[in-house]
Design a protein around this ligand. Structure first.
Ligand SMILES: Cc1cc2nc3c(=O)[nH]c(=O)nc-3n(C[C@H](O)[C@H](O)[C@H](O)COP(=O)(O)O)c2cc1C
Length: 169
């Protein structure tokens, strides 16, 4: 599903798009000794993740739902750094069964608030996503494409508006 969205985002043209796969980032469960706010990272993987998050102005989280909630890998990745997320807007592409991953998104939005991020109202939610899989790849239709474009348009607006806050003081 991430590949499907990245293709749309690249064609949208509002951003230079990077696909970040948390499986490849491979963060361990958080074991940094001090709060991420202090940025005193001790692990190389945290330092690399800090640099990755810092180098992007906006995010779209492509996420499933685990037990009506956010998947632990996403929460762990969010928890690892703090300042690097601040004042950045974020959209969601979520998928699942009947819920379309919406409960996961609602739970994650609470964490984004703590990180001083701005979660967008516009989103792509895909219920019963398995029905839209073809040869192991997600094939979204016009409805999902329109939703993705609407979200990206808003993401551009919020990312521009938040630029002043992201400027180091
Ligand atoms: C531990 C676990 C809990 C799940 N809970 C939900 C759920 O609450 N709602 C839902 O729609 N799907 C749920 N699913 C199904 C996932 O949507 C499905 O397995 C999906 O493929 C997970 O995406 P991933 O393979 O990218 O992690 C759950 C799957 C797992 C493994």
């Amino acid at each position: 599903m991430a590949e499907w969205f990245v293709d749309i985002a690249r064609r949208h043209g509002g951003f230079d798009v990077t696909l970040i796969d948390l499986k490849e980032v491979d963060l361990p469960l958080l074991t940094e000794p001090v709060h991420p706010r202090l940025q005193q990272y001790t692990h190389e993987k945290t330092k690399a993740w800090s640099a990755t998050v810092a180098s992007h102005d906006a995010f779209v989280f492509v996420t499933p739902e685990y037990n009506y909630s956010s998947p632990p890998a996403l929460v762990n990745a969010l928890d690892h750094v703090y300042v690097e997320w601040n004042y950045k807007a974020a959209g969601f592409v979520s998928y699942g069964g009947v819920s379309g991953g919406t409960r996961s998104v609602q739970m994650t939005k609470q964490t984004l608030g703590a990180l001083k991020m701005v979660p967008l109202a516009e989103a792509v939610h895909v219920p019963f996503f398995a029905q839209l899989m073809e040869a192991g790849k997600f094939k979204g239709g016009e409805t999902q494409q329109k939703a993705a474009t609407a979200m990206l348009d808003e993401l551009v607006r919020w990312t521009n508006a938040l630029k002043a806050l992201r400027t180091p003081r």
